[in-house]
Design a protein around this ligand. Structure first.
Ligand code: GDD
Ligand code: MG
Length: 196
């Protein structure tokens, strides 16, 4: 915690699906003076996501689903993403193993952590934990598609890795966590067939 921040007071503005707060605090500027600041902050917890890849097939597993905020932001709303979910009362890796199975139908026993990111730090408290993992066809046990009880209607797509990277370049794939993981995989050299 920084000693440049004090007198933090939170007021809940809305507490339904997630929490919207008004927060006031005193902030010490670089010139040592203090300012009183007011900010609205949205808290829907932390998230986890994972990129599944197959080196032999040179493919990755992505999902396509309707995202209302993207629709309201004028982008049609159907986004291509890595499987992801909100972390409940569990470790990030456990959360993503559960979400991968619900959303894609693959059972993935273990993943490699590649860090965590703030997705929109000016307004949202969300921290997303990023993972990658190899997959093979034998690990697909159901169709996936998400939970009917939560109105999830998820299309699972096995993408050629080269096409996914092209779609990032062309701006077809616009989801930040997905772009970061695809670029991470490209930079890591993991997909090079010479690594087999
Ligand atoms: N009832 C209700 N349900 C909601 C609301 N907002 C979201 N949901 C539902 O809550 C579920 C959340 O699904 P998850 O798979 O756990 O999360 P996610 O939406 O995929 O979120 C992941 O991706 C996000 C976008 O990048 C990330 O923001 C998030 O951290 C996580 O990684 C979905 O069924 C969604 O429809 C709401 O306001 N009301
Ligand atoms: Mg999800």
């Amino acid at each position: 915690m920084s000693n440049r921040i004090k007198n933090v007071a939170e007021e809940i503005i809305s507490d339904q699906w997630a929490t919207l707060k008004k927060v006031t605090y005193s902030y010490q500027n670089q010139d040592q003076s203090w300012s009183d600041v007011k900010r609205e902050v949205y808290d829907r917890g932390y998230g986890a996501c994972a990129l599944l890849y197959n080196v032999k097939k040179q493919t990755v597993i992505l999902i396509k689903q309707f995202r209302l905020p993207a629709y309201l932001a004028g982008d049609g709303g159907f986004l291509t993403e890595v499987p992801a979910g909100i972390i409940e009362d569990e470790a990030p890796e456990q959360a993503i193993i559960r979400e991968i199975e619900e959303e894609t139908g693959y059972v993935i026993p273990a993943l490699t952590s590649v860090g965590d990111i703030f997705t929109s730090p000016g307004a949202v408290t969300e921290r997303i934990f990023l993972f990658i993992a190899p997959f093979d066809d034998a690990q697909k046990v159901t169709d996936g598609g998400g939970l009917d009880s939560e109105n999830e209607d998820i299309e699972v797509v096995e993408y050629a890795f080269a096409k996914a990277l092209q779609d990032v370049k062309k701006g077809v794939i616009k989801d930040a966590k997905t772009i970061i993981l695809l670029q991470h995989l490209a930079l890591s050299g993991v997909m090079k067939t010479s690594n087999l």
